[in-house]
Design a protein around this ligand. Structure first.
Ligand code: FAM
Length: 437
């Protein structure tokens, strides 16, 4: 079928049966243990959450339904006239676990384009926000406002059966994903382009093609392709990261997809998570200013030590799960290597040179468990090269992307009927009593 809704409807019964079987046969089977370090250490490593679309291996990196990033680049359809994977093909894979055909991908692009225009009240809300308000705060407010039209919330109020929740969750999710480019572009033009009027969504263009068009960069094919890749790659990174986990948690209270994803964006706006790409660029430019673009490895090493000794983290390095260079970072570097103009860019050369030095310095520093780059080590620097030099906007682009992973799980959570999330917390006194036993 060309319809994502019909394709999903065919899969739901089998997935429900899989969960029922696990419940019936293994509810009491032990799969791990809880240590004090988990309780006081950010729950790192604790297997305590269901997440269907992707699994993160510490050394291999992310796999989407078993497919690595290089597998995805081989099998997922690109945009018409493009080569890189696009949001639509990734979204189809995340939601259904199946690789879409070109026709299915195009049908989904048309469907998203048809849902992409904003309601007048949302435009009014965005336009009323001060230009000085961080673009991520603006995006979160705008997304949250769309709950005005939530089909899920309206259906819940009418009293639909639980088995039908997922169909309304999917409707809202597709509406939200479709409207994110227009929301994000309106914030961009208000803050950086004096609110100039935006073109209409083109029905025959993929979502990122439309987004780039709305941002005013449609004549830059290389940037369009970069953003297609960037947005497809940032879509999902299993469930425990702050943004994904937040959407899952808030959604478990049956808050609608807009509320759940708005909350996720607030987490993405933190400097240890999505804001890192903004931070990397700030840090790189400060280093370039201090040591020059043609600096030596030794000078970079000194600069890294200066950062560490002042008690700051090196942005773009380290990860909560990964213990090797992030394959998303590698995929972006491959994009650079295939584009001579990018490979020659001073800031991108500096990113590469830093990669040659930083792991050694971080190992010697001895704190981080992962001295290698994550995707943010380069993503913002590429945007800067393309002339998109509004740092504070970078995480908004990440926010357009992460919706597909977070909302995929939202739909599956409702289809599987998982309960409200409610882990047990303990006080330090209780912990002390427990360890004495
Ligand atoms: N530079 C300096 N110190 C670092 C470091 C880095 N890049 N990464 C970790 N550390 C420190 C960390 O602060 C901690 O120190 P304390 O014991 O003094 O608290 C210690 O090393 C152990 O941390 P860890 O177990 O290796 O990392 P965590 O799992 O606690 O944290 C990150 C993971 C990503 C928050 C952390 O590596 C970090 O702050 N990195 C820099 C910010 C960044 O690039 N974030 C983006 C992550 C990205 F994937 C994303 O979400 N977009």
């Amino acid at each position: 079928s060309l319809s994502l809704q019909d394709t999903l409807a065919e899969i739901v019964p089998a997935k429900r049966a899989q969960l029922q079987k696990l419940k019936a046969e293994h509810s009491q089977t032990v799969i791990g243990e809880v240590k004090v370090e988990n309780v006081i250490g950010g729950m790192r490593g604790l297997k305590a959450m269901l997440w269907e679309a992707s699994v993160l291996d510490p050394n291999e990196g992310i796999r989407f339904h078993g497919l690595s990033i290089s597998d995805c680049k081989k099998v997922l359809p690109a945009a018409e006239g493009g080569q890189e994977i696009i949001l639509e093909s990734m979204l189809w894979l995340l939601l259904t676990g199946k690789v879409p055909t070109v026709e299915q991908t195009r049908a989904l692009s048309r469907e998203l384009a048809s849902r992409g225009e904003l309601p007048a009240y949302a435009e009014k809300i965005i336009d009323s926000l001060p230009k000085t308000l961080h673009p991520m705060t603006q995006l979160s407010i705008a997304v949250s406002s769309l709950n005005h039209d939530s089909k899920f919330a309206a259906a819940y109020e009418r009293g639909i059966p639980k088995t039908e929740y997922w169909t309304y969750a999917l409707e809202d999710s597709l509406d939200l994903i479709a409207k994110l480019p227009a929301l994000a572009a309106r914030i961009y033009t208000n803050v950086y382009r004096d609110g100039k009027s935006l073109p209409a969504i083109k029905p025959d263009l993929d979502l990122v093609g439309n987004y780039v068009n709305l941002l005013g960069y449609s004549d830059n094919h290389s940037l369009t392709e970069y953003l297609r890749l960037y947005i497809a790659l940032h879509g999902d990174h299993e469930g425990g990261n702050v943004s994904a986990h937040t959407a899952h948690l808030v959604g478990s209270a049956l808050s609608d997809p807009y509320l759940a994803y708005s909350a996720a964006l607030q987490g993405l706006a933190g400097p240890l998570h999505g804001l890192a790409n903004q931070e990397v660029l700030r840090w790189m430019l400060a280093m370039q200013e201090a040591v020059g673009a043609d600096c030596t490895h030794e000078q970079i090493k000194e600069y890294l030590w200066k950062t560490l000794k002042s008690g700051q983290v090196v942005p773009g390095y380290g990860h909560g799960v990964l213990r090797a260079p992030d394959p998303r970072y590698i995929a972006l570097q491959e994009f650079v290597d295939a584009n001579p103009a990018l490979a020659a860019s001073p800031i991108i050369k500096l990113v590469k040179k830093t990669f040659e030095v930083a792991p050694g310095v971080l190992k010697e520093h001895g704190k981080t468990k992962n001295p290698y780059p994550n995707v943010d080590a380069t993503s913002g620097c590429l945007l800067y090269h393309y002339g998109l030099n509004e740092f504070k906007y970078y995480t908004v682009i990440f926010g357009v992307s992460r919706s597909i992973g977070a909302l995929t799980q939202y739909v599956w959570d409702r289809a599987l009927g998982v309960p409200i999330e409610r882990p047990k917390s303990v006080s330090m006194d209780v912990l002390e009593a427990l360890v004495k036993k």
